[in-house]
Design a protein around this ligand. Structure first.
Ligand SMILES: [Zn+2]
Ligand SMILES: [Zn+2]
Length: 353
């Protein structure tokens, strides 16, 4: 039996509590992973603070952006460093068989359907664990690679769906934890990228890391932003049409701006989440022959492609990640809630066991 520690959400908005428990029996389709690091996502904040219901009742260990090492499970996985995809499909249903595993209705999400990564260890279905090659570990410590499980793979999948081609103009709304990777991945795919945000520091980081242009849209009207974006497109020498717009701020103003920026043969991809509703003229889609697409997580099949971008040095993740001891979880969640961080936070287990 393995003794494990978990930081559990016991009540909405209340501090997480440390509990000690044991892993006794495991199913043949499961593996025991020693957590190296677990990223803090705004979805965790939604569960803990906004009352978005989790599938597993409280008390529940949150955390779905996990990297670690396999301690128990199939022999070929033991000792392997792995990323646990945030969405674990069943692999057998109609959606899975048709290549839509990311929206499998039997999917399991750590820290939602079962105890997640804010812990020393986690028991997970092993079918879709993504093995981390040594080449990636030579560039980044395993705990930093945790961000692959959500912040990097989610925009990767949407970029593949957005039909972005080399030379296209990609407008990224939001340059935060997910937005920055969306922008850099679009660059890798050959796009000219403009990042929009209301925070100068985030935009500076984007610029320093290769985004072509940035624009602080705080206090700008939608009309002024549209005008400025057209000027920037001209300056960058990209087409007036076929824009690939990624909404990654998860805000109503961000979504409304994304819609307003649609032009002929464009796509608007909704990556961020908000409960707020927007009123738009859907006929614009008809007039522009454009589309709005949604995306949910990332199918495990795409993880190896993302890993390859990181292992080959094409995608840098270090400047956008910061780590904290997991014992500081309550402070880190509070600061994340208050939008005090510019970088994605990864919690590293610091238990004496
Ligand atoms: Zn997430
Ligand atoms: Zn399925």
């Amino acid at each position: 039996m393995t003794k494990i520690y978990q930081w559990q959400m016991v009540e909405l908005k209340k501090p997480f509590e440390l509990i000690e428990t044991e892993v006794s029996e495991m199913n043949p389709d499961e593996a025991l992973v020693k957590v190296a690091g677990c990223g803090v996502c705004h979805t965790d904040i939604s569960f803990w603070h906004d009352g978005v219901p989790t599938k597993h009742e409280m008390p529940l260990t949150l955390g779905h952006e996990i990297a670690g090492e396999v301690l128990k499970g199939p022999s070929e996985l033991i000792g392997k460093k792995v990323i646990i995809p945030a969405v674990l499909p069943c692999g057998e249903c109609e959606l899975c068989r048709s290549g839509n595993g990311n929206i499998c209705q039997n999917q399991k999400m750590p820290g939602n359907d079962f105890h997640g990564g804010f812990a020393t260890h986690i028991v997970v279905p092993h079918k879709y664990l993504c093995i981390v090659p040594d080449s990636a570990l030579e560039r980044f410590p395993l705990e930093h690679l945790a961000v692959i499980a959500d912040a990097v793979t989610t925009p990767y999948q949407v970029l593949k769906k957005s039909e972005l081609k080399s030379g296209d103009f990609c407008i990224c709304i939001g340059a935060g934890g997910v937005g920055i990777y969306g922008a850099l991945l679009a660059k890798i795919m050959g796009a000219k990228v403009l990042s929009l945000d209301i925070d100068d520091t985030k935009l500076e980081i984007a610029k320093e890391n290769g985004v072509d242009m940035t624009l602080n849209i705080k206090d700008m009207s939608v009309k002024d932003v549209k005008k400025k974006v057209r000027e920037i497109a001209k300056e960058l020498g990209v087409s007036r049409y076929m824009w690939r717009i990624l909404e990654m701020s998860g805000t109503k103003p961000g979504q409304e701006l994304g819609y307003a920026l649609l032009t002929h043969a464009s796509t608007l991809s909704i990556v961020g989440f908000t409960m707020a509703k927007s009123e738009v003229r859907l006929s614009n889609l008809m007039a522009f022959d454009s589309k709005v697409i949604g995306t949910w997580g990332c199918k495990p099949e795409l993880y190896d492609e993302v890993m390859e971008l990181i292992a080959s040095g094409k995608l840098n993740i270090a400047p956008f990640v910061q780590t904290f001891p997991m014992s500081e979880i309550n402070e880190v969640l509070k600061n994340t809630l208050e939008h005090k961080y510019l970088k994605r936070s990864v919690l590293i287990p610091d238990f004496d066991n």
